[in-house]
Design a protein around this ligand. Structure first.
Ligand code: NAD
Ligand code: MG
Length: 397
């Protein structure tokens, strides 16, 4: 059972059936389980069988499938359990409306924005895996967390590392943040070699086991591109204070550089449970059974400058950072659309970046969003324009 001052909390896990969600339930179990934490809501999408199992095992009050067509199957799977069932967007909002003190934002993509924003407004501490909330709606999302009175605790391993290394009373001396990137499966590949890759090859990450979207994003480095924008909003830094360094072993999860030349890093085995655990019990640290680093076995840590020619996503992130406003929402929506087209084999791996760039160039004229509806409108327009680009490209090939 949890000890050492760790508080029992009422919590919800959005996206519990995914890679982050499963790891979160494992961490909750390791820290004290259902006798210690009160699980309010779990949400999933198509995998209602797993969702029902998780809800029963954790003693959740409410289970929500985002897929409205799966309502009956979830209801059947939970009949007689006493666990309430809801579905669709309204079901997700019902989950967000419960009085959780801590919410894991583990839904993938822009689909996570509305429920996570609602939970933030209600004042829950937000453990943020869903980086898209900040990429699309950075200022609005951060404001919502402040207005709600909860804390925003990063779960993305890089941002968790920076959060851990960035002492609040040292902010005056912060010079730069250095995001590490594994470089993904194509780190040493030429563009010619990347041109014809399949989804199966692109999703095979060398170090981390993750959901499909982020695995493909690691191969294209669009994941790092999103993380650069995520970092800007989390740590309130200027674009030129955000650096990326390729570090193939994924042992240093990221670093903070100070004006006296010191660099603080957070290291660990590539296992998301460390970052999830830190977000769950912050500012305390839980006892976790993750692998310990054996430095003698590791022997070396390597670093390389990132290559923006082979990985244009990094260049596009710089452009989006410099333009500000709704460019994050535009880049993110175009990338989600291009990602789906790649998975459906309608475009090639390299065409993803071409499409994102084309959409960003068509939508440069946006001033900063003043409300979330403007973000959703820019998101929808970027998806439409990406769809047009995809049709053009796939007609040619
Ligand atoms: P995943 O695909 O494994 O899981 C996604 C979850 O979202 C599932 O529970 C799924 O049911 C749910 N979902 C999917 N579509 C939905 C929709 N339309 N509406 C509501 N729910 C929906 O993804 P993941 O790898 O766990 O990633 C989740 C988020 O965490 C992403 O934003 C990702 O970038 C971020 N993240 C993941 C990792 C990792 O190790 N997996 C690391 C850092 C950050
Ligand atoms: Mg990351």
């Amino acid at each position: 059972m949890a000890s050492g001052g760790i508080e029992p909390r009422k919590l919800s896990v959005f996206g519990s059936t995914g890679s982050i969600g499963k790891n979160t339930l494992d961490v909750i179990e390791q820290v004290g389980g259902r006798e210690f934490f009160e699980v309010l809501a779990l949400t999933g999408n198509s995998n209602t069988e797993l969702l029902a199992e998780q809800a029963k095992a954790s003693g959740a009050k409410l289970a929500v499938t985002a897929d409205a067509d799966r309502y009956q199957s979830l209801k059947d799977a939970l009949s007689g359990s006493g666990i309430a069932v809801a579905a669709g967007e309204s079901g997700l909002m019902e989950a967000a409306d419960l009085d959780a003190e801590w919410v894991m934002a583990g839904i993938v993509g822009t689909a996570g924005l509305a429920p996570t924003l609602a939970a933030a407004r209600k004042g829950a501490d937000i453990a943020l895996a869903n980086k898209e909330c900040l990429v699309s709606a950075g200022e609005i999302f951060v404001q919502a967390v402040h207005a709600g009175g909860g804390r925003l605790i990063p779960v993305d391993s890089e941002h968790s590392a920076i959060f851990q290394a960035l002492e609040e009373d040292q902010r005056h001396a912060l010079e730069r943040i250095i995001l590490t990137a594994s470089g993904g499966p194509f780190r040493t590949w030429t563009r010619e070699e990347m041109a014809g890759v399949t989804v199966e090859v692109a999703r095979a990450h060398p170090n981390w086991s993750m959901g499909l979207k982020i695995s493909i994003g690691s191969a294209s480095m669009f994941n790092k591109a999103l993380e650069m924008i995520e970092a800007k909003h989390l740590f309130d830094v200027e674009p030129d204070q955000i650096e990326v360094i390729v570090h193939p072993q994924s042992i240093i999860h990221s670093m903070v550089g100070y004006r006296d030349g010191s660099v603080l890093a957070q290291l660990g085995a590539p296992d998301m449970r460390t970052a999830i655990g830190y977000a769950l019990t912050y500012p305390l640290r839980p006892n976790l059974t993750v692998e310990r680093l054996d430095f003698a076995k590791l022997a070396r840590l390597d670093f390389e400058a990132p290559d923006t020619e082979r990985f244009p996503a990094l260049r596009l992130a710089r452009t989006a950072l410099e333009r500000g406003g709704l460019q994050g929402a535009v880049m993110n929506a175009a990338e989600e659309t291009a990602f789906s087209a790649f998975v459906e084999e309608r475009i090639t791996f390299l065409q993803m970046a071409d499409i994102v760039e084309a959409v960003m160039e068509k939508m440069t004229g946006h001033s900063p969003a003043t409300n979330i509806e403007e973000v959703f409108a820019a998101d929808a327009e970027a998806r439409r324009k990406a769809g047009e680009q995809i049709s053009k490209v796939s007609a040619r090939t």
